[in-house]
Design a protein around this ligand. Structure first.
Ligand code: SF4
Ligand code: SF4
Ligand code: SF4
Length: 317
């Protein structure tokens, strides 16, 4: 049987999704047996012009991780879309914008000001900022354009499958590897995870208890048997798709929402606000205001992974 052609790409990414691919351990040998890797910037020295020279749709599968934050990433996303039969949106940053999309609460000018002027380690009295084109002796230097708005991959190109997770867990990656090996891929548009909310997969005791105080995870040691949300720790389980194997919950840590919203939920942050509001035990406006104050960084808590894909998308420019 002819080997599949496989491309792996990282856009606005931390590298963790690429490490997750290596975490499949000896199964990587199965991947090597069934597929020739044609692009993997983190590991192999292929060049973009190698991909440009390929015929359209000649790559069987592209695993694309990271959000789209600059013009180079958008260009490569479009190139890989043209060359690939199947695009798998790999990891929370590519699926929902992820951590890079928290930058959508600000804009390029503010980010550059902070990164190149205000940060204490800077010494930049001349206010030098990166330019897309810089004249130097011997020619021009080019940098990609840094966008105001971080985008999900599906906001840039059509895609076939979504694999959420920060990073995606090994068993889900293996599921895709097996599906590729057998040719039994799920219907186009599928999210390779569970169709339930995380709370529906969690067997912690839920007693319908109301809360009067919000705790940060480092402030208390929670009862490992009871629902974390009912102990006053913000757990994103009600607003998060299941399928991760309850990775954080089993470590007695709250879910941060990396699998994105469950089916039928349009806006993960709004769903979480509603879930938390429903367990507050007070009708007093003062008490509610006090508890809201206890939520440190509400925007980052409710939209940690999903701002680019939410109804808000970004702050108004
Ligand atoms: S999804 Fe998580 S692990 Fe993957 S690139 Fe984004 S931040 Fe890194
Ligand atoms: S809120 Fe968290 S701890 Fe509680 S049931 Fe849902 S996933 Fe489990
Ligand atoms: S428990 Fe939540 S944050 Fe942790 S891996 Fe699962 S979906 Fe992601």
């Amino acid at each position: 049987m002819a080997k599949l052609k496989l491309a792996l790409y990282w856009a606005a990414s931390c590298g963790g999704c690429d490490v997750a691919v290596l975490d499949i351990n000896e199964k990587i040998l199965d991947v090597a047996e069934m597929a020739d890797i044609v692009l993997w910037p983190v590991a192999l020295d292929f060049k973009y012009h190698h991909i440009e020279a390929m015929e359209d749709k000649s790559i069987d599968v592209c695993l694309f991780n990271g959000a789209v934050r600059n013009s180079e990433q958008e260009k490569i996303a479009r190139l890989l879309r043209a060359k690939s039969k199947t695009m798998v949106v790999f990891g929370s940053c590519a699926c929902f914008g992820g951590i890079p999309a928290l930058g959508n609460f600000t804009d390029r000018a503010e980010i550059f000001e902070r990164a190149y002027v205000e940060a204490p380690s800077n010494d930049n009295p001349g206010r030098t900022f990166p330019e897309t084109v810089t004249q130097v002796d011997g020619g021009e230097l080019e940098l990609p354009e840094f966008y105001d708005t971080v985008l999900t991959l599906a906001q840039v190109v059509d895609v076939e499958y979504f694999m959420p997770g920060c990073p995606p867990p090994v068993d889900l990656i293996l599921k895709v590897v097996d599906a590729l090996a057998t040719g039994q891929l799920p219907p186009v548009g599928s999210v390779i995870a569970s169709d339930k909310a995380l709370c529906d997969e969690c067997d912690r005791k839920k007693e319908d208890k109301k809360i009067t105080k919000i705790w940060r995870p480092h402030e208390i040691i929670p009862d490992p048997e009871r629902c974390l949300l009912e102990q006053g720790i913000i757990c994103c389980g009600p607003a998060t798709r299941g399928g991760c194997g309850l990775r954080c919950i089993k470590a007695n840590m709250p879910c941060r929402g990396c699998f994105g919203p469950p089916p039928g939920v349009l806006d993960q942050g709004a769903k979480l606000v509603s879930a938390i509001a429903s367990i507050y035990q007070t009708n007093s406006e003062e008490e509610i205001a006090r508890m809201v104050e206890e939520i440190v960084d509400p925007a980052g808590t409710f939209y940690r992974f999903g701002l680019a894909d939410s109804m808000l998308k970004r702050k108004r420019l």
